[in-house]
Design a protein around this ligand. Structure first.
Ligand code: ATP
Ligand code: ZN
Length: 294
């Protein structure tokens, strides 16, 4: 049994950039030659395999790779089509490549709800997921499977509606479509095989997960620094989102002011900054946190 942990990631596409960034930030230290299909990391005993995202579930299910990063949409579609991949375990939800599988139809047309789809044709790259959804809703419709460019199917007369991934909705709008129902939400997941691993592979996964957890936590976390009038320190610290124990320090040469530093575990919106300022906070800085542990 190999001691190297093998991870399947998308070769090129919407998942690839964020997957590579995560693994890079986790200190894998890999340099990929353009065109290379595998790559050995320098920072941990890990090998990356670059493949099409649709192949990731079965490569991991077969044990060719220990781990894979794939969208929930692809994992679910594959699990419905190929029962071997139902055994995959989700190790972490990674918080990127968020999108929603939605039903959409021409803006000018008559389709406004799911029940309007009875007897019609729907173009999609996810026939299994769509099939289950339509069955639950008691709709009999024909799925037209297309691997890409699903949005143009109605204009080409190939289908009456589509079921496709949407993030901002700009592509739908650009094709004169309007969404009317949500089939599933998706984000990238780290999944592992159910096959036997060596102790060394388990140890590498534990190290990798600690790093990934640190990265996920630090992405949602900011460091805030500000100066506050002494009289308003309590009121101001109470406004800091998700800060447990702020550091409060005197400011050299300023008897009336204190410096407040805190780690905020929730997003800091402009409204919060305005509310802080309204209570006298000044010299407010919000900084990203690069790494976090413990
Ligand atoms: P491949 O060549 O690997 O088969 P693909 O064309 O199937 O690529 P991409 O378009 O790169 O795939 O999308 C990969 C995954 O990224 C999707 O399965 C989904 O999980 C996620 N994704 C898709 N569309 C979006 C989007 N608009 N915003 C964010 N993530 C998305
Ligand atoms: Zn794909």
């Amino acid at each position: 049994m190999s001691d190297i942990l093998r991870i399947a990631v998308q070769k090129k596409g919407r998942l690839a950039t964020d997957s590579n960034r995560l693994l890079d930030e986790a200190g894998l230290g890999f340099f990929r030659n353009p065109g290379a299909l595998t790559c050995r990391a320098r920072g941990l005993p890990v090998e990356l395999l670059f493949v099409r995202d649709d192949d990731i579930p079965s490569l991991v299910a077969k044990g060719v790779c220990n781990l894979g990063i794939a969208g929930e949409n692809v994992l679910r579609e594959e699990a419905l089509e190929n029962p071997d991949t139902q055994e995959l375990q989700t190790v972490r939800a990674l918080g990127f490549s968020r999108c929603t599988l939605k039903l959409a139809a021409p803006k000018e047309g008559k389709i406004r709800t799911v029940s309007d789809l009875q007897g019609l044709k729907i173009a999609t790259s996810y026939p299994q997921i769509l099939g289950v959804y339509l069955k639950e809703k008691n709709i009999q419709a024909k799925c037209v499977t297309l691997k890409g460019a699903v949005e143009i199917a109605p204009a080409l007369g190939l289908a009456d509606a589509i079921c496709d991934l949407v993030s901002s909705g700009a592509t739908l709008a650009a094709n004169g479509l309007c969404d009317f129902a949500r089939v599933m939400k998706s984000e990238a997941l780290l999944v592992r095989s159910n096959t036997r691993w060596s102790a060394a592979q388990e140890t590498t996964l534990a190290r990798l997960l600690r790093r990934i957890d640190g990265i996920i936590a630090s992405r949602a976390t900011k460091y805030i620094m500000l100066n506050a009038p002494k009289s308003a320190v309590d009121e101001i610290t109470a406004l800091l989102p998700g800060a447990d124990a702020p550091t409060i320090m005197p400011l050299a040469g300023r008897d009336d002011q204190m410096a407040v530093h805190a780690v905020c575990r929730e997003e800091i919106f402009w409204d919060t900054l305005e509310a802080l300022e309204a209570r006298g906070a000044n010299a407010i800085l919000v900084l990203p946190i690069e790494k976090m542990m413990g």
